[in-house]
Design a protein around this ligand. Structure first.
Ligand SMILES: [Zn+2]
Length: 380
């Protein structure tokens, strides 16, 4: 891109994954290896311990523990289940020669105002976003998958899978299945099917597994498109800075209106942009939000750990949490009542029991303990 610009040409970028667009639009600041450690033998051996091979032997929880030793702030941000992100943070530490990811991000934050990326690379940039209404998008996704199948997707997968299996051992396989191409959409959904023998693939069971894979592929593709939209909103509309480019929406839902809604509009936008004139259409509104606050909270009642403050606050308000609290309250009260002599229970207990009973009646979730309340009332 920079070389195109240096020749006074205008680069046009079409398509690309979020990762690609992200690395294109934003500075990523690769940290310099820290010099203070470079001659430290102990340190060098620690980094060697973090080799790909050693890491692959660790479970997700062990990796999380390891990360908490080398990069505490990042480990707090990560749930032990987020294996790939944890692994990436450890690899970052190793490959940068001992710089914790959290440190590198802090440095980046100082430069761009954002911890997750650097500043915008270009001061003048125009973004066109092709959108599509949900139902129509789903239809297009399904059509596309059908045409992929018609063009022999499954033969291709079978061939690739069988060739791959011939070249590696069982252990390598189970290890490799959790990464790389095997995690790609359009492959991972077919794992179960591909693991079947040739004969089983053609059986009734095989057909069922296959039909299931197709449904999963449709679902993953829908989820991916949602993820892309979320990415765009988050990166370009919510976390904005001085040079945040405008994003113009082009609605592709109705293909018979392609010329008016997409082509003509895009031309008018780019034309005005190039002439530095006022663009005749409104850009998508920017709705800045604060960066998330990371804070570790544990809900003892639900036995869950939360890493973001907003998630924790949402959890406290959630139905699920309240239900658990009611059940534990109820269990605690039942215990108390079972162990206590009824006449020694106070009015507060009685009120509390009544309240719980009311909630239960409303929710119709548990059987009602009227009998116990009656006994209590009589005793008081
Ligand atoms: Zn809870």
């Amino acid at each position: 891109t920079e070389s195109v610009i240096s020749r006074s040409h205008l680069p046009f970028i079409v398509g690309g994954t979020n990762y690609y667009i992200e690395s294109l639009l934003f500075h990523l600041n690769p940290p310099n290896p820290s010099p203070e450690h470079s001659h430290d033998k102990q340190f060098t051996s620690l980094l060697n311990d973090l080799s790909e091979e050693n890491l692959s032997k660790l479970t997700s929880v062990q990796l999380h523990e390891l990360l908490s030793k080398i990069d505490k702030p990042t480990s707090i941000r990560r749930h032990p289940n987020e294996e790939r992100k944890i692994r990436r943070a450890i690899e970052f530490y190793r490959d940068s020669g001992g710089i914790p990811l959290s440190e590198a991000l802090k440095q980046q934050h100082a430069e761009s105002g954002f911890s997750y990326r650097g500043s915008f690379r270009f001061h003048r940039c125009c973004l066109l976003w092709l959108t599509c209404q949900k139902e129509e998008l789903e239809k297009r996704i399904n059509d596309r998958i059908k045409s992929m199948l018609d063009r022999g997707l499954i033969n291709e997968l079978e061939k690739f899978h069988d060739e791959y299996n011939q070249t590696c051992t069982q252990a390598e396989q189970s290890y490799n299945y959790t990464r790389g191409i095997f995690q790609a959409i359009g492959f991972k959904e077919f794992h179960d099917y591909l693991l079947l023998s040739n004969i089983k693939r053609k059986s009734e069971h095989g057909e069922k597994v296959f039909a299931n894979a197709i449904e999963r592929l449709k679902l993953s593709t829908r989820q991916y498109s949602k993820y892309q939209e979320k990415w765009l909103r988050m990166r370009l509309l919510q976390r904005v800075e001085k040079h945040s480019p405008n994003v113009y929406e082009l609605d592709t839902t109705n293909l018979s209106l392609w010329y008016e809604n997409v082509e003509q509009r895009a031309e008018a936008i780019i034309d005005a942009f190039l002439k530095d004139e006022k663009i005749p259409f409104d850009a998508l509104p920017k709705t800045p939000i604060d960066e998330p606050v990371y804070e570790q909270n544990t809900c003892l009642a639900c036995q869950r750990v939360f890493h973001m403050k907003s998630q924790w606050l949402d959890h406290l308000k959630s139905k699920q949490h309240k239900r658990v609290l009611r059940t534990t309250d109820r269990a605690a009260y039942r215990q108390k009542l079972n162990n206590a002599i009824p006449s020694l229970l106070n009015t507060l207990d009685l009120l509390e029991m009544k309240k719980i009973s009311e909630i239960e009646k409303k929710n119709d979730e548990f059987e009602i303990d009227n009998e116990m309340i009656e006994t209590l009332e009589n005793n008081n």
